[in-house]
Write a protein that binds this ligand. Structure first.
Ligand code: NAD
Length: 447
């Protein structure tokens, strides 16, 4: 293989390797059909609870798939065309709800899969919300802040009335954050006329607290994941104090999970992101690493860890493995070598069905995404409610509600898995589908 000399080329090469890995575990792999995977679980869970056929048929495809090609003026004066998506899966229980992803791998099928999962997640958490998801296909690390702002504003302007506080409420996901949501809200507000401006704050959630966001939203997904891990640990008499973690993806979800678990005495010994992987058997300082990533946009160059390959990362022994990056990261190869007791899915769809089967056969527990990372949308719902009522809740109030909600959902999923003798993932889908089925049963279909 030709040797790459310049560091920028090396980073680009490493990113390509990691992105290939994101799309199938290794470079030989065919395209991973995430939507088909989600449809497969829908089928399995529908069978487990004898879901009526017509409900499964409706839920097997989203209601609306919006694709927008929009132009943006880049810093060099050139116009670049971007492709954005918003998929609205189901709004039986309430407005569509779900994040906006900025990533070079964004595709319609992936967004459809993620939107469907939002429908299950909101139903599982008993929220009066439906499921949606969106994204723009580009690498947010390759543009300036000014370009990022213009891309965001153009995209949200183009979405227009397809979103709204009572219609469809986006939030942050991979590559987007509170700042992105502030631009999104401001753009939307400027399209509705000054009389309505203040009443449409709830058009997006995950906003900065100064702009109508809620306390506790930034850490919510990590916090929710930790509440689930605590329940799992309590059931097994497993001590989190002294436990070790491997965390793939050190963005919002990965970094807050690592940080909150460190307060319970668990230490992160291996981390990875789009730029590479690091190992430190003494444990990373999650505060310092989080600050570093905020400044440098990746873990690359962080002092205090040894560089390792993706393959080495998956072989490191730790008590809990936290995938918090992208889908399809734990395929057959990774599942065979992971040395852990629990895979707690911070990311959506991180285990392929083949990977999941191997993990289960090897006796490794899985806390499935639909349950495990539902803390984000739950606190987004709290933000939306506060915006509607012009209220401002304390952090204690938010955390207390979230803890109750996560632990209730955890117990319902465990109970369903026990009753139906199915995996936790199928059980999480099943609890959600029962709630959706109850609403369809009462309302029937128009006309
Ligand atoms: P983020 O953008 O803050 O972080 C994403 C992380 O993944 C970054 O560290 C990035 O470097 C890493 N990454 C990207 N491509 C990678 C690759 N090819 N290999 C390894 N690492 C890679 O995003 P986030 O909000 O933390 O989301 C992470 C996951 O959690 C996603 O699956 C998302 O859908 C899910 N999720 C997020 C929320 C939320 O509230 N933000 C809620 C529920 C689920």
């Amino acid at each position: 293989m030709k040797k790459l000399k310049r560091p920028a080329e090396q980073t680009r090469k490493r990113r390509m390797d990691n992105n290939q890995a994101a799309n199938g575990g290794d470079s030989k792999a065919h395209k991973y059909d995430f939507f088909k995977v989600v449809q497969g679980y829908l089928e399995e869970a529908s069978k487990a609870i004898d879901l009526q056929d017509y409900i499964q048929t409706i839920l097997s495809q989203p209601k609306n798939e919006i694709i927008i090609n929009f132009p943006v003026k880049m810093d060099d004066g050139k116009i670049r065309l971007f492709k954005g998506y918003r998929v609205q899966h189901n709004n039986l229980l309430g407005p569509y709800k779900g994040g906006i992803r900025y990533h070079e791998s964004v595709s319609l099928d992936d967004v459809k899969a993620l939107a469907a999962m939002m429908t299950w997640k909101c139903a599982l958490m008993n929220l009066p919300l439906g499921g949606g998801k969106g994204g723009v296909k580009f690498d947010p690390n390759s543009v300036s802040q000014e370009e990022l702002q213009r891309i965001t504003r153009r995209f949200f302007h183009a979405l227009g009335n397809n979103i709204g506080p009572d219609t469809d409420v986006p939030a942050p996901d991979v590559g987007t954050n509170a700042k992105t949501m502030a631009w999104a809200m401001d753009t939307y507000m400027n399209t509705v006329g000054h009389v309505f401006r203040q009443s449409v704050k709830g058009v997006v959630t995950g906003k900065p607290v100064s702009c109508g966001g809620t306390l506790g939203r930034e850490k919510a997904t990590g916090q929710g994941l930790v509440y689930c891990i605590q329940e799992w640990a309590a059931e097994r008499d497993f001590k989190l104090e002294g436990a070790t973690l491997s965390v793939q993806g050190f963005g919002n979800v990965g970094s807050f999970t690592s940080l909150i678990l460190s307060r319970l005495g668990a230490s992160t010994i291996a981390v990875g992101d789009h730029s590479g992987y690091l190992y430190n058997p003494e444990g990373f300082n999650p505060h310092k690493l989080q600050d570093y990533v905020k400044k440098n946009r990746s873990i690359a160059g962080y002092p205090g860890g040894k560089q390792i390959s993706r393959e080495e990362f998956f072989r490191i022994k730790s008590d809990i493995f936290i995938p918090a990056a992208l889908e399809n990261q734990v395929g057959e190869e990774e599942a065979k070598v992971l040395q852990t007791r629990l895979v707690a899915e911070g990311a959506n769809g991180p285990c392929s069905p083949e990977g999941e089967k191997i993990l289960i056969d090897r006796g490794i527990d899985i806390l499935p995404d639909v349950l495990a990372n539902a803390g984000g949308v739950t606190v987004s719902y709290y933000e939306w409610v506060q915006n509607k009522r012009s209220e401002f809740w304390t952090l204690e109030e938010v955390d207390e509600r979230l803890e109750k909600a996560m632990k209730r959902a955890y117990r319902e999923v465990v109970e369903m898995a026990r009753q139906k003798k199915c995996s936790m993932r199928v059980a999480a889908y099943a609890v959600a589908l029962q709630r959706i089925a109850a609403a369809y049963g009462e309302r029937d279909i128009f006309p």
